[in-house]
Design a protein around this ligand. Structure first.
Ligand code: GLN
Length: 504
């Protein structure tokens, strides 16, 4: 396709770069330089990165090249020499971990997140940190203290969020893999709007140690890549129990890339009535129906199902997530963590706390803290928080029911949903309407509430004002069912044969 070394994108996919390095066709330094050049050329416009570790990345790549020469790439690791990026709410013991918040603008983490360490131990080279909505609260990256990232398909539009920097970086061919975090859709929604693959693994699959907590019962780290195979390769490295995270699961980690080519014939895929909302953009609705037909052509059995409590998802999520956030963010008070405000002689500690927090947090984060403390306060706890937990149980029950075999023995293997109700929206379009932004998450929050895995795959395009904008679809599977999930996703990606590189 005219890119260096026969790669399919400017920087290559994860698998392409890994193979080129393994075969000796490319050095890690070359791969890292390729990414840095692309970042240099485009990031002034796309604003995907909050920090680029150019010198360190080249030095790290040089060290990896030396190890590859001495030991062979396979011994160095599954990602020997491959450049990657991290969302800037994932700690590294170098650079800054800002969460794109004024309050952490200068924060230097003393330790490295387990997920990042696993990438490093597999030989990957971290080239930089990517932009997000402050503390991962948002769906557009417009809530970042550094300003929004831009969608590479149309730079007037948002890349989605909160992992919008990671999505934009991968979509623009700046890195083959970026980690995101997904509390209510923050990997899958930006992946859909940027035309890439985004996986939210089962709760507990990947350690959360070193991920700055937003809502601890919902947060998961996951890979954002151009291909399903790349996502599988990243999961191979990232998944597994971690003694530092007591919620990480002690379950066997399968080889996620092993069964990607298995035909999906005979698999039952549930299409919920709720997927066909009148509110969906017409192009989203069309791509969804085309996807159903493609799955049928591939031999899957399409089963009409009902997820009767899905409609309560947004309300439940926007109670549970802020409640947990209000507690998690209590530590940012200018004393324990975060930028300290100036106070005058004679002013008290309370003033120092409240001024530090008022100056340090942006409007959306303050809104969430207020919502969260309100729903947890005495007198309201039962009415809001407890009710939301009940709704959460019902939502999980809906999925348990469709996945488990019924009297006729036929539970579904996966559920198909749109990833988002609309294609990418304009920067500024929804910023003054928090509810409109919250509704972006209508198809994604239920997976987090139920703890199950989800993947967004590119499935087609919308034509909006003369621009082609990517549209994604989402597959959800039972807990720890990622192997089947990726197998169906890979089948879909192959059958659509989309050109997933934005022009220019
Ligand atoms: N958009 C959702 C929110 O604003 C999800 C965020 C996330 O997954 N981190 O809370």
């Amino acid at each position: 396709m005219g890119y260096i070394g026969g790669m399919s994108t400017p920087c290559g996919t994860l698998v392409e770069i890994r193979d080129a390095i393994r075969s000796g066709a490319m050095s890690s330094v070359d791969a890292v330089r390729g990414c840095l050049e692309r970042i240099e050329a485009l990031d002034g416009t796309v604003c995907a990165f909050t920090q680029v570790f150019a010198e360190k990345a080249i030095a790290d790549a040089g060290a990896i090249d030396a190890r590859i020469a001495a030991e062979g790439a396979e011994r160095v690791g599954a990602l020997a020499g491959v450049p990657v990026a991290l969302k800037d709410n994932i700690c590294l013991d170098w650079g800054k971990t800002t969460c794109c918040s004024r309050i952490l603008e200068e924060y230097e983490s003393p330790y490295t997140a387990t997920a990042a360490q696993r990438l490093i131990d597999a030989g990957a080279v971290i080239v930089g940190k990517t932009n997000l909505d402050e503390f991962a609260m948002g769906s557009s990256t417009e809530h970042s203290c550094f300003g929004p990232s831009r969608n590479p398909w149309d730079t007037e539009r948002a890349p989605g969020g909160s992992s919008g920097g990671s999505a934009a970086a991968v979509a623009a061919g700046m890195v083959p893999l970026a980690l995101g975090s997904d509390t209510g859709g923050s990997i899958r929604q930006p992946a859909a709007l940027c035309g890439i693959v985004g996986v939210k693994p089962t709760y507990g699959r990947i350690s959360r140690w070193g991920l700055v907590a937003f809502a601890s019962s919902l947060d998961q780290i996951g890979p954002m890549t151009r291909t399903v195979e790349d996502a599988g390769l990243a999961l191979d490295v990232l998944c597994g129990e971690d003694p530092l995270d007591s919620t990480s699961a002690r379950v066997e980690v399968p080889a996620f890339t092993d069964r990607l080519r298995d035909p999906i014939e005979g698999l039952r895929i549930g299409v919920p009535a709720q997927a066909r909302s009148e509110q969906n953009d017409p192009d989203v609705a069309r791509v969804f129906e085309e996807t159903v037909e493609r799955l049928r052509t591939m031999g899957a059995e399409i089963v009409d199902i009902d997820l009767p409590h899905m409609g309560a998802g947004i309300a439940a999520y926007y109670i549970v997530a802020p409640a947990e956030a209000s507690s998690n963010l209590a530590r940012f008070d200018g004393i324990r963590y975060g930028r300290r405000a100036e106070i005058d002689q004679g002013e008290d500690l309370e003033t120092l706390y409240s001024r530090s927090r008022a100056e340090g947090f942006g409007g959306e984060v303050r809104r969430r803290i207020m919502l969260g403390t309100y729903v947890l306060s005495s007198g309201y706890y039962d009415a809001y928080y407890n009710t939301a937990l009940k709704a959460r149980r019902l939502i999980k029950g809906d999925f348990d029911a469709v996945f488990s075999a019924d009297a006729s023995g036929a539970g579904v293997h996966a559920v198909l949903l749109p990833s988002t109700p609309t294609p990418a929206f304009r920067i500024g379009e929804k910023i003054d309407d928090p509810l409109a932004l919250y509704l972006e998450d209508i198809y994604t929050v239920t997976a987090n509430l139920a703890g199950i895995p989800g993947v967004s795959v590119p499935a087609g395009f919308a034509e909006v004002e003369g621009k082609r904008l990517p549209v994604g679809v989402q597959l959800l599977c039972p807990a720890f069912g990622e192997v089947n999930m990726l197998r169906i996703a890979a089948g879909l990606a192959d059958s659509s044969a989309l050109e997933t590189m934005p022009a220019g």
